[in-house]
Design a protein around this ligand. Sequence first.
Ligand SMILES: Cc1cc2nc3c(=O)[nH]c(=O)nc-3n(C[C@H](O)[C@H](O)[C@H](O)COP(=O)(O)OP(=O)(O)OC[C@H]3O[C@@H](n4cnc5c(N)ncnc54)[C@H](O)[C@@H]3O)c2cc1C
Length: 335
Amino acid sequence: MLPSPPDRALSSSRTVAILGGGVAGMSCALWLKHLAFWPVLIEPGMTLGGQLLCINRINRWILGIQGLTGPALAALYGRHIVDEAIEVHLGAKLVSIIVEDSGFRLYLREHEHHTASLFARALVIATGLRVNSSEILYSIPGALPLCESGLLTFFPLDHLEAMEALDGKRVAVIGGGDNAHFTVKDLASRTALTHLIIRSQSRAQSLVRQEVEALIRHGRVKEHADALVTSFCQGSNGITIGLTKNNFRTEHIEVDRIFARIGFTPNTECLNGLGPLTGLERNNDGYVQVDARKRASLPFVYAIGDVANPNQSSVVTAMADGAVAAMAIAKDVGV
Ligand SMILES: Cc1cc2nc3c(=O)[nH]c(=O)nc-3n(C[C@H](O)[C@H](O)[C@H](O)COP(=O)(O)OP(=O)(O)OC[C@H]3O[C@@H](n4cnc5c(N)ncnc54)[C@H](O)[C@@H]3O)c2cc1C
């Protein structure tokens, strides 16, 4: 059963608003509740879970939890939040925020029309990140029609749905990080040849890199390092990709399908125009800058999970961030 707002009103000096109902936000809410705060989760989607909802692959990286996919984990964590009777606003968006004497007044738009306001002593930003997609490649000639026809796609696991159709085909994977390497590894057993196109050099973890190197040695994968994609052209023989290698040499490769794994963007543009949050310090890529206790550059504002963690995004680090921020809030606000 959801708690009623009057309960929250009684504890307004201990209310903490959390923007984002992914694993970081849910973990923070749980910790805050047991540190005698009143957490309020604000999530624009209609289900808790964030990125987990789209990662239909078994997560092997959580101690003590085996064999669960992202959606199964999201359901497990969401049930925990319900069991703890934590206040959750789904389909809700923060539309404005005012600094008050001892906290923040938040105005929410819920389900597109209804508006609500709440007072929070502290604010936690847990808005996560999203996959970079067509906007990054649009300026390359020929990219747009390929995106529109679905021959060039971006979500890191979308190749899994296309596997059967890729038997014996020529495929290109663009990107040099873990997701590009995992995609190549998945594809190489089925395709005629998989090209791995890396703008500079590989940045993948050593284990998956070694596996891809073995595939390169066996001729299943051809790597193009220091290679910039300059054009795409669709013709009767497939898609021709123009590459400039080492800044001067031009080369063309022909493929049937392209998977781009070109990184992520933190969800921080939503902070622009939100009064005091507009000026929160962010790094050059837009990630919120925090100290070791997850405090952002404004008093009583904290940032956790992927939105503040450009290098170590994972379920357990997001969860840990939630706990660290909750403990910092208890210290800063006072128990
Ligand atoms: C393809 C892929 C595979 C992965 N595989 C693994 C794996 O095997 N193991 C592992 O541990 N990790 C994996 N990860 C990483 C892991 O899923 C993330 O690090 C983790 O889920 C991040 O949680 P989060 O709560 O920080 O962010 P998110 O999950 O991104 O949650 C953020 C939430 O904030 C909401 N939001 C956005 N904007 C606003 C706003 N303006 N106001 C309020 N809310 C907002 C979003 O709707 C979302 O619900 C993978 C990630 C991807 C993309």
